[in-house]
Design a protein around this ligand. Structure first.
Ligand code: AMP
Ligand code: TRP
Length: 334
């Protein structure tokens, strides 16, 4: 039985990196596995920021899931904080993880850089909450962008550790946790910021020139692509010494479905201006139907709330059963 679990933080808008790195895979995978669960991870959204309009953003992210093609016939969507089992399992897993393990997490190191002791305990603990999300539902596959691979690996380590302690092999008792696999789209990996191709495209960036939001207007998209950083020579190739062009070709390929080699051939001898003009139009074309669908879905917030409430209820038995097993194995409660 293959079950997918993944999620996105409602810390602001969604951008092309979220789509190409995560949601695109979800939409494809939901047809290939037995069950898919997609979560709006609002408890993760408060680890570093005090996001404004959090409730509305939660609904927006859910509406984008649906607008991008998550199909309620095949997948369940819900909001993390509506299921108390996530926070409870986090506490338990905290007691099976070490400071050393969490100190090694690249995302924590990056986000706490220069802030030392003033970052929240929640930011430090973020990967454990993510492990709880994944392990609660016995997910076999976790489709994420490359930046989250290390966190999924931690979830694997914790699952193995817990199983080794509590599932006595040979005695007939079964493993409690399923060992999850990160699923990373080899073609996409990491979409970089338009204004700095050495950093990832990120929604919490101070500058809107960093990203293309899924709800950017055609004019905004043209402006942002036109102003995107380029490499020093006028060559349109994806190569290690050309991080900006590699990124733009990656995006072009992601939104058009064409492979990078054929794009390089088409643009051989052409200049950056022509390439950027076509890229902007390609992105606009790609986003237009999704934006239309988003508007329709987001207009009916009551319906959206009902979908999320139903989703939360439908995943409840899985989460409750797992938490019950974990507590029983440890001997918590009477
Ligand atoms: P976040 O926006 O950090 O909640 O990320 C949600 C999902 O989008 C995760 O699976 C990330 O790995 C993925 N993601 C976020 N930013 C990027 C990016 N720049 N490139 C590829 N994937 C990304
Ligand atoms: N930490 C992930 C991110 O920032 C989001 C996330 C939270 C997640 N819980 C998860 C992704 C569980 C996959 C599975 O992108």
């Amino acid at each position: 039985m293959r079950r997918i679990f993944s999620g996105i933080k409602p810390t602001g808008l969604l951008h092309l990196g979220n789509y190409l790195g995560a949601i695109k895979q979800w939409v494809e995978l939901q047809n290939k596995v037995d069950e898919s669960i997609f979560c709006v991870v609002d408890l993760h959204a408060i680890t570093a920021l005090r996001p404004e309009n959090l409730s509305e953003n939660i609904l927006k992210i859910a509406a984008w899931y649906l607008a991008c093609g998550i199909d309620l016939e095949k997948s369940k969507i819900f909001v993390q904080s509506m299921r108390p089992e996530h926070a409870e399992l986090t506490w338990i897993l905290n007691c099976f993880s070490t400071m050393g393990e969490l100190n090694r997490m690249t995302q924590y190191k990056e986000k706490s850089e220069g802030k030392k002791d003033s970052v929240s305990v929640g930011l430090f603990d973020y990967p454990i909450l993510m492990a709880a999300d994944i392990l609660l539902y016995s997910a076999t596959d976790v489709p994420v962008g490359e930046d989250q691979k290390q966190h999924v690996e931690l979830a694997r380590d914790l699952a193995i550790r817990f199983n080794n302690i509590y599932a006595k092999s040979g005695s007939g008792s079964r493993d409690i946790f399923t060992i999850p696999e990160p699923i990373i789209d080899a073609g996409v990996r990491r979409i970089k910021a338009l204004d700095n191709p050495l950093k990832k495209m990120e929604k919490s960036s101070a500058s809107a020139l960093n990203y293309i939001a899924l709800d950017d207007s055609p004019d905004e998209i043209r402006k942002k692509i036109q102003r995107a950083v380029t490499d020093s020579s006028d060559e349109i190739v994806a190569r290690e010494d050309k991080p900006a062009m590699t990124n733009l070709l990656n995006i072009f390929s992601g939104v058009s479905g064409r492979d990078i080699k054929s794009l390089e051939l088409d643009y051989r001898g052409k200049n950056y201006g022509e390439f950027k003009k076509d890229l902007a139009e390609e992105i606009i074309l790609f986003l237009k139907p999704k934006q239309k669908k988003f508007k329709e879905i987001f207009a009916d917030k009551e319906k959206l709330r009902q979908i999320l409430t139903d989703g939360s209820e439908s995943v409840a038995p899985i989460a409750k059963e797992m938490l019950g097993k974990v507590k029983k194995a440890i001997g918590l409660g009477i």
